[in-house]
Design a protein around this ligand. Structure first.
Ligand SMILES: Cc1cc2nc3c(=O)[nH]c(=O)nc-3n(C[C@H](O)[C@H](O)[C@H](O)COP(=O)(O)O)c2cc1C
Length: 258
């Protein structure tokens, strides 16, 4: 358990957060599911547009399919699995009932600013659900890997025009106890008033590198993880993510250049 600065249970939950990638097979009861979904719905929403939806993945074959897309077996074993999508489809239907022209040139919720705000809303809702789950003793892992193949994911979930997948969230009773992953010295990440012009953002990097290198990830417990700078260096020149571009958003009716 991390050192807490207050005794508030919500803060303790947040400070104790770590990703869980192995779940007990126990089903999650419906009251808990209600609480989690309600917590997600109570997250803030930009201009109250409520422009996100979440797909519950309950079909085992669909879970397997998502595990194949994510190339992570534990996705299929999650008792609860959601895919959060940004959703301007529902708002198009609603606007249309009020006589608004939602054809591509006229519908302003399909442009870049709204897309990014809707993505924020979806992430905030997902995070509220994650925190609620953890406060109830459940474990979670966020799944960006579902975006390995965005067209395949869109097809599998039948996502309509003006929707786009954001992230998955796997939830279940934890069947592992990973150590808390180190976080940066706060001086590297919090600045006063303006972004520093000196070396403040990296001044304590060597200390952080050491700390990260001493951490053991349960996914590969045989060796310590790479130092933080080595991880950044390798991801900075990794080209595999280039085909996971938001250009797929165009096929869903969005125009992010505007
Ligand atoms: C946007 C996002 C996408 C992520 N995608 C995955 C994923 O696909 N698979 C996975 O195992 N972990 C995923 N994670 C979890 C991160 O690897 C994890 O949060 C990070 O290594 C820090 O570890 P911790 O959560 O245990 O503190 C994701 C986290 C975020 C925020």
């Amino acid at each position: 358990m991390s050192t807490t600065i207050t005794s508030a249970p919500a803060v303790d939950t947040l400070l104790d957060r770590r990703s869980i990638r192995r779940f007990k097979p126990d089903a999650i009861d419906s009251q808990t599911v209600d609480a989690l979904e309600s917590a997600a719905q109570h997250a803030a929403s930009s201009q109250f547009l409520n422009d996100w939806s979440a797909i519950r993945i309950t079909e085992p074959s669909l879970k397997e399919k998502l595990a194949a897309i994510g190339r992570q077996d534990y996705i299929a074993t999650a008792p609860l699995l959601y895919v959060f999508v940004l959703d301007e489809h529902r708002n198009a239907i609603i606007a249309e009932t009020k006589g608004v022209d939602v054809s591509e040139q006229r519908y302003t919720l399909r442009y870049g600013y709204r897309f990014s705000q809707a993505q924020n809303d979806a992430v905030l809702a997902l995070h509220a659900m994650e925190t609620a789950a953890e406060s109830l003793g459940l474990g979670c892992v966020i799944l960006g890997s579902l975006l390995n193949d965005i067209p395949e994911l869109i097809a599998a979930l039948h996502l309509p025009k003006y929707t786009f997948p954001v992230l998955g969230l796997a939830i279940g009773k934890p069947d592992q106890e990973p150590a808390s992953k180190p976080r940066m010295p706060r001086s590297m990440q919090f600045f006063d008033n303006t972004y520093p012009t000196d070396d403040t953002p990296v001044r304590e990097l060597a200390t952080f590198d050491d700390e990260v290198h001493r951490y053991y990830d349960l996914r590969n417990a045989a060796r310590p993880v790479d130092a933080f700078s080595d991880q950044i260096a390798s991801i900075a020149e990794d080209e595999t993510a280039l085909d996971r571009g938001l250009c797929d958003a165009e096929a869903q009716g969005f125009d992010l250049g505007r």
